[in-house]
Ligand binder design. Structure first.
Ligand code: FAD
Length: 265
């Protein structure tokens, strides 16, 4: 790991000013991705600006029929939130599957969403629930926020402040883990939202998290596992690596979508 400077930001303006003053600074969330990358010498920021103590990024609230999660909320806080467990249990359940207790106690929703790892779990929930990402510069529908593997709509000096999840009529998440890393090899999030069914897949897409329009159309007329169990995914759109071929992942999408629909009830 190369030498770096650490500073705690006290406000959004303070964080942006500290980043502007740095040679090559980076915002720091829980450090569960960034510090590991630095240890491997794959990143060498001159300055780390910790955004997790900024008041606007803290807290989980219920606003009408929406759950609003501050970006600095840890995965453990999401998993253990009584409001989320009561109103959006699929999200607390998903958070509880992330990594191990150390990762969940440090890693934040904002950091995970900003990172947009192709195998991360939260992006599926954001896309599956049509969440809105509010930043220091504006707000984005999940659809426009995730722009490709490890790519988002964020500018270098843009901070995720909070994420708003509309509460669906029903939803479920089926995670197929890589048993070694515990990241998703393929996972499917399904929801019946106010605007109809949504199906989002993580861990498998060539371009990162994606929706399956054909499954959504089938579920709109018939919410049942049978409605999706015959719908196949083109392996050419799937990732392929030592953990699973594109064909294997494509098959998993169909199997997991059917299981998720059945689980959602
Ligand atoms: C062993 C292990 C297992 C894991 N398993 C899983 C898993 O099963 N599922 C899963 O989804 N993830 C998993 N992760 C990743 C974990 O969820 C990380 O916490 C997450 O990817 C990054 O969040 P962080 O808060 O630690 O961000 P950091 O590592 O601090 O930052 C990551 C990136 O986000 C940027 N950033 C951080 N906060 C903000 C913000 N508020 N606004 C804008 N940019 C910001 C940083 O500049 C950096 O580029 C695992 C990690 C480890 C180490």
């Amino acid at each position: 790991m190369y030498a770096t400077k650490y500073a705690k930001a006290t406000s959004l303006q303070d964080a942006v000013a500290k980043l502007a003053a740095a040679d090559d600074g980076k915002f720091l969330g829980g450090g569960q991705t960034l510090l590991a990358t630095m240890k491997q010498r794959l990143a060498a920021p001159s300055d780390l600006i910790d955004v997790t103590k900024i008041p606007e990024l803290k807290g989980i609230t219920v606003e009408g029929d929406t759950i609003v999660v501050g970006a600095a909320s840890t995965h453990s806080e999401v998993a253990q939130s009584a409001d989320i467990q009561r109103l959006l249990p699929v999200l607390s359940g998903l958070a509880a599957t992330i990594g191990d207790p150390a990762v969940r106690n440090m890693g934040t929703m904002g950091g995970s969403v900003a990172n947009n790892d192709p195998a991360a779990d939260y992006p599926a929930a954001l896309l599956g629930l049509n969440a809105t990402v509010t930043t220091s510069k504006g707000s984005y529908a999940a659809e426009e926020f995730f722009t490709g593997i490890f790519e988002t709509a964020l500018d270098e000096d843009e901070i995720i402040v909070k994420i708003a999840f509309p509460i669906p009529q029903k939803a479920a998440y089926e995670k197929f883990r890589n048993p070694a890393s515990r990241y998703s090899l393929c996972s499917v999030f399904v929801a019946m939202t106010a605007d109809g069914p949504r199906v989002a897949v993580t861990g498998s897409g060539n371009d990162g998290v994606f929706r399956v329009a054909e499954m959504e159309a089938a579920l709109a007329s018939n919410w049942s596992a049978d409605a999706v169990s015959g719908i196949t995914i083109d392996p050419d759109t799937m990732l392929s690596d030592i953990h699973g071929s594109a064909e294997y992942r494509a098959h998993l999408v169909t199997v997991l979508a059917a299981r998720a629909v059945a689980k959602a009830g």
